[in-house]
Design a protein around this ligand. Sequence first.
Ligand code: C2E
Ligand code: MG
Ligand code: MG
Length: 596
Amino acid sequence: MMKSSIRPELFAADNVVIPDDMQYSQLKNAAIMMVDDEPIMLEIIQALLEDAGYGNFIPVEKSTQAIDMIMQTSPDLLLLDLDMPEINGYEILSTLRSNADYGHLPVIMITASTEPGDKLKALELGATDFLSKPVDASELVLRVRNTLSAKAYQDQLAYYDSLTGLPNLKLFIERLGWGIELSKRERVPLMLLDIGLDKFRQINETLGMYTGDEILVTIAERLNSLIRSSDFIGRTDETVKTGELARVGGHEFSIILSGVNSIEAAYIVSKRILDAVMQPVLINEHEVFITASIGIAVCPTDGEDVESLIKYASSAKDFARKQGSNNYQFFSSEMNAQSKDRLKMESNLRKALDNNEFELHYQPKIDSATDKIIGMECLLRWNQPELGSVPPEVFIPAAEELGLIVPIGEWVLKEACQTTSEWVKSGYENLIVSVNVSPKQFNEVSLRKSIESAIQCSGLSPQNLILEITESMLMGDVDHHIAQLQHITDLGVAFSLDDFGTGYSSLSYLKKFPIEELKIDRSFLINVPEKNEDNYIVKAIIALADGLGMKIIAEGVENAEQLEFLRQNNCNIIQGFYYSKPLNKTNFTKYLASHC
Ligand code: C2E
Ligand code: MG
Ligand code: MG
């Protein structure tokens, strides 16, 4: 398998043609193997090439190891001494040329021989060029540069599609092979998407091949910019994925999705691809409409080798086409079923607000020193008539993806403020309601307006409202986030950092954010007080909050032992099943009466 270092970097980046001087600077990354039995020669050649800016060398002193080393390191260029003991340069060259993978590796022979017969023999065996010993510096640099440029050009022709500039089938197969190896090693699934443009033959026949080509280029550009966009997968809390696009046939594209940890990711990507393809293509002021069918195969679930995955993705694509095109299908029926469920859930979710299917539950936050309620977290519930109660972990990510979380979040804010205001008015003046804010809501400029409006309509004092955000929302531009938070705290509303410890907060920045409360994540409390490590973490978080002058609350407290540990370590605000599960409005009203 080829792993040479110049080809992909040289031409693949964004499929743009790289200017000449840049090409040469990229050539300097080329892996140059030197095989010579005289160490001094290896040193001289390396020093001369280093002076010319090259930096990636593989010196080999023992000619018997040359072939193995080539297999292991896949160099871009071989500088090969002719006269060596045991195995000479001719033998290495002829072994190489008979090998399918390395038959085209450029080889510059270096020889002290002045015999024309020697050069002729090496040429017949497939040497790319010659250099005479003693080596002349400028001649060496010139030959190396020219040989590497020629190789890069050949690679471009061999590995990239001339119409779209995308990797072609050959490079795609190589990359899929590497992707599968990596997926197996790191135990992270890989997904292969086979994308076929529907009824493309008809387009070629009616509009002509040139127009067909124009359309293909447009679609290729759209897919390329899609997989390069920062929200390719779309979820802010997803791990970073990579997607590699190739044109693998006349009107067929493929995407390798690496590092994918959920079927949801493939599902989201497929929908985006279908949307991107569906946008009309403008040809001579006429709009041409195209659709695609996508087949998805997953490594390791469906197959663990290149051939099977390609075959299965292709048969899933055929199935998608039979289902009426403009559609995607997984190869595995189980995944198709999951994806159908998800589609159904999504279409119901779009109607949920209008149908009044949402309800808020409230979980008390208790001061364990007095056993009195100081506030409550409102938690959204969706009771779907057909599906029953759908867990927030399922519908909230879907609402985020569908862009529904903003109107849903506004409803939550309004409802929470209204209900809390009723409780405050009935005598529980100090009750503070916590409302979860999703990353998408947080990034909307309209958030402050929604909060203002919820407060005004309900008559709730801003001091009775606290917003829960998570660490991941504060990553990136610190100054921007400080301003964002400040803009809202100016209203008199406070912030709490939810699930603290599960993100990657930079502790040094934490003190800069106007945050009133840290919420220790439930995961740290599960094994408290049995597990010493967790005890230390919890104590450290408490000390951190204390040092920064923030309130601290523990969530997910389920038993008396946890409670005792927290009390002893000065964490007195407790939320968890030990005190109460989240309760609907009626039951929470009763709970209030008995715990105030
Ligand atoms: P969260 O904000 O961290 O909420 C705490 C979750 O822990 C709740 O799950 C709660 O029911 C659960 N919990 C509380 N005490 C215990 C305990 O002692 N043991 C166990 N095992 N669990 C406990 P829930 O209601 O399923 O909500 C899950 C997540 O959904 C929430 O995590 C929050 O991130 C999100 N969520 C809920 N409501 C909303 C909302 O209105 N807006 C947004 N954006 N997200 C929400
Ligand atoms: Mg929360
Ligand atoms: Mg939480």
